[in-house]
Structures are given as C-alpha cells and as structure tokens.
Design a binder for this molecule. Structure first.
Ligand code: PNW
Length: 489
C-alpha cells in the first residue's frame, strides 16, 4: 500500500478524468409525470411491494426530475470533469418504440445536458440502466430477438437528439445483472435461469453491437464521440490450491459471457463455457444448447464493437467447487449453479451495508490486470466504484478510506502495471434508490434527506475529499489530515 508522502508517485497521469455517476430510476422520481410510461421497475414495485427493503419505492427517489439544477451544481462544486447519468427509455419513448418522442422527456435531458456543459462538465450518458419499458417486457423483453432492433431505434433517437453535445455513450449498464439476475429475482423477476437468462445474454450483446455500429457508421463521422458497453467485474481468486482452474472458469462465466464476444480477438462465446452448457443441455434432454449459438455473421457483428472498456468494480470473491449436497444460492455473487461452484469471501475483508459487498482493495488492481491479460492493452474507464453504508452521517470516514485505498490500487495498476486507465467514476453522486435494498444502503458523496419533500442534498466529507483529489490530480492532497482518522501510516 502506498503511504502518505510528498512524491509524484501519487499523481494521476495528465488528462486523467474524474467523475461521478447515477442512473435514471435511482434518482429521477417523476415516475408517472406527463406522458412517461411504466418501466419494469415501476411495475415490479407496484406488484411486489415486499420485494423491496422497507417497502420503499422509486416513485419520488431524489426527485431529480425537478431538482436537476441542484444536481449539476453539486458536480460543479466538486470540480469534476464529467457526470455519468442514464436516460429513462419509457420517459423518452412512451410507447417503447420510436414512433413518438415525448416533448417533456426530450426537454428534461436537454436541460440536464445543456446545464452541465454550461458549467464545463461533460455529460456521459448511459442509454440503458435497467428501466425497460413495461410494454416491451410484455412482448418478451430481452428474450425476444427483436429487442436488438427496438434498442437500436431508441439509441438512434438519443444520438439524433443529443449526439451533438454528448461525446461519451454507454450502451448498456451491467448486462450480467440484467440477464443473470433479471431472469431469477430482479425485475422483471422472471424465473427462468436455464433458458431465459441465456437468451437475454445473447440479445443484450446483439443490441449493444447494433447500436455501436449505428453510432460508428452514421454518427461518429459527424460527432466524433466514443461508445462502449459497461460491465460489472468482480475479482475472483482461488479459495485454495487446486482451485486455480475454476477461478478462470468463474471469470469466463460471470464476466466472459458478456465480454469475450465483444473484446476477444476471435469473438464468440468463451469456449469452455459454451462446451459445458452444450453438454449439460444435451444431458438434460434439450435438442439445442441453452446457450444460444451465434451465427458466424453474428460473431462478426459483435466482435470489436468497443471504443474502450467500461468497468464497474466494487468487490471480490474466492471460489471453490460445490461440496456434495450443498445448494448454491442464486443471490448475487453466491456462486454459479451452472458450473457448480461456490463464491465466498475472506473473514478479514471488511463488511459494508450491502450483503454482496466486502472490501478488498487489492482485488481492484488484480481485476484490472485480468482485463489486460485477457483483452490486451485497451483503454479502460472505471465507470463505477463506491462504498455502501447504512449510516447517514456526513463524517463518512469509512467511505473515504474505501475510496482512498481503491484509488491507490488503481494508481498502482496504472503506474506499475502500465494499464491504460483514463478515467474514474465514483458511484454515486448522492444517496438514492439502491434497487431492492431501497434506501437502506447509501452510496452517496452527498447525503439526501428523504424525509424532506424537497430532498435536500448535503455534501459529506467524502465529497470534499474527492473534490480535493480531483483538484490536486493526485492522492497526495494538501489537506489530507482532515480526512484520515488513523494517521499511523
Ligand atoms: C451497480 N456486484 O450494481 C449498479 O450499476 C448501480 O445501479 C448500483 O446502484 C450500484 O452498482 C451499487 O449496487 C451492482 O455483485 C450490482 O458486485 C452488483 C454488484 C456490483 C454492482
């Protein structure tokens, strides 16, 4: 671990960018204003109020639908380079399709984008962060192959409306969560682990690839922006000797099914996973592999559709084989039922307020190394990293310590391992609707008072710390004593 010092080793490379992130459903509220249509999250919460901790909802959330100016001010207060937010598909396209664009929806994001640019902040826009129009879900959602074209139509609307000002696009946030959990217990919460999950896997890749190609051919020549998918990567290491091989297999199953088709030289599914699922499908009596094949044309369509590697990183796991008669829980990061492997954590890794989330900063450097090992020397943007707490306190030393130690590991990856990380994004700007965890887990640099109708936002100490890092362009910040409780280093 790097220690506090007066040296340049703690400086970020010139041009390195700092930002902060959020997503539409988690902050906007305004769930039924104007002509906005229902998303799968709106519907799920209506029908399964007990599915969300404390029966919370995102109906009002942070009310960013009204308070977007304050949000812009907060990003500006921290002096950051960019703000990553997502666009709500059913807000822009109330029918789900591109036959009708909502005036109010269009204006909302125009205001946000223009307001950011006025303050010198780049808008970084995620096209899809989990709030699918319910109507499209009724038509099969991500299991219907037509969704790739519906997604492209939606993306075209966004590129046309905002492409002159938005220069960085993220197509889809964390497809692994969308499919591997959307077809188990997260909305749309359709229980079809065997087949639905893997159909979804194929179609998110096709949707991403077609949108990337649309941008590449029709919009890049005019606007010269960059576009990529964003994946969630958990570092996974062998639990003990003899588990090395299943650790790599675990990567191929969790990360590989969403990255190899795009980033590997040969394209297509990770071969070992493809073989395993094909074999199991046969044994189970299927006439086809539950992991749907790609045609050669589809392999080529998807392969190489990236301008950078978008990485969300929070936590780590160790992996071992399932013991006889041990059941694998389907909750996030408990294991893989398909591969019969179990994920665990080490007792010394600190808890956070999210059950799936333990702190292990070294895992961040190691997963960055894994990306370089697997896909070569590509540009990486860290599109999410942040800390969950059940405390509302403004003196969030735990969050600062998390950010500081993770930033150190990223810096080591950049400086010692020569990994090309170009930007870093804290999740998240302010406390918000943390999906099925409701408002229990708080990830915000800003505290939000959810008791108060105007959702007052107040900077935590971590917001000031992060602002200082961004301003100094270094972890060696002038005012560090303010942020560290344990000064023994
Ligand atoms: C991300 N994991 O989800 C999402 O992109 C955000 O919307 C969310 O608020 C944030 O992280 C915090 O949860 C994740 O299992 C879900 O490691 C699961 C994992 C990581 C991120």
């Amino acid at each position: 671990v790097l220690c506090v010092c007066q040296c340049q080793e703690l400086d970020f490379p010139p041009g390195f960018q700092f930002g902060v992130g959020s997503s539409s459903y988690q902050v906007e509220g305004g769930w039924n204003v104007s002509d906005k249509a229902e998303s799968i999250w709106d519907r799920y919460i209506l029908e399964n109020p007990d599915g969300i901790r404390n029966r919370s909802t995102g109906k009002m959330a942070c009310n960013s639908y009204r308070l977007w100016q304050r949000d812009i001010d907060m990003v500006a207060e921290m002096g950051l380079d960019f703000y990553r937010f997502s666009i709500s598909w059913p807000r822009i396209l109330p029918t789900g399709f591109s036959n009708r664009i909502s005036e109010d929806g269009k204006n909302y994001y125009n205001n946000l984008i223009n307001g950011l640019l006025e303050k010198g902040i780049q808008p970084v826009v995620t096209i899809y962060h989990w709030d699918l129009p319910q109507r499209l879900q009724n038509l099969g959602g991500w299991t219907n192959p037509l969704i790739a074209d519906w997604f492209v139509d939606y993306a075209r609307v966004l590129f046309t409306l905002y492409g002159d000002r938005v220069k960085t696009w993220h197509t889809i946030n964390e497809p692994w969560i969308i499919c591997d959990f959307g077809y188990v217990f997260l909305p749309p919460a359709i229980s079809d682990y065997a087949v639905g999950r893997l159909l979804c896997n194929k179609h998110v890749l096709l949707a991403h690839a077609k949108a990337w190609r649309l941008y590449d051919t029709e919009f890049r020549p005019k606007y010269n922006g960059q576009i990529a998918i964003v994946n969630q990567l958990t570092w996974i290491e062998p639990a003990g000797q003899g588990d090395e091989d299943i650790a790599e297999l675990a990567f191929q199953d969790t990360i590989g099914r969403y990255t190899y088709p795009i980033f590997s030289k040969e394209g297509g599914w990770p071969q070992r996973i493809q073989k395993i699922i094909a074999k199991k499908s046969k044994e189970e009596g299927y006439d086809f592999s539950r992991l749907p094949d790609f045609t050669q044309e589809e392999v080529e369509l998807i392969r190489g559709t990236y301008d950078f590697f978008g990485m969300n990183h929070y936590t780590s796991r160790i992996v071992r084989k399932r013991r006889n008669d041990e059941t694998i829980h389907t909750y996030i990061l408990q294991g893989s039922r398909e591969l019969e492997i179990v994920f665990e954590t080490r007792p010394e890794w600190k808890n956070t307020s999210s059950v799936w989330f333990k702190e292990f900063p070294q895992g961040f450097r190691r997963i960055l190394q894994w990306v370089k090992r697997s896909f070569g020397d590509i540009k990486i943007y860290v599109t999410e990293n942040g800390y969950a707490s059940d405390s509302s306190s403004l003196e969030d030393y735990n969050r600062i310590s998390y950010l500081r130690s993770y930033l150190e590991q990223m810096l080591l990856a950049i400086k010692e391992d020569g990994i090309n990380v170009l930007g870093y994004t804290v999740w998240t700007l302010m406390d918000n609707f943390e999906w099925i965890d409701g408002y229990h887990s708080k990830f915000g640099l800003y505290y939000v008072n959810f008791e108060c109708p105007n959702r007052t936002r107040t900077p935590r100490l971590s917001a000031k710390y992060y602002a200082s890092v961004a301003k100094s362009h270094s972890l060696n910040i002038p005012d560090q004593d303010k942020y560290i409780v344990d000064k023994s280093c």
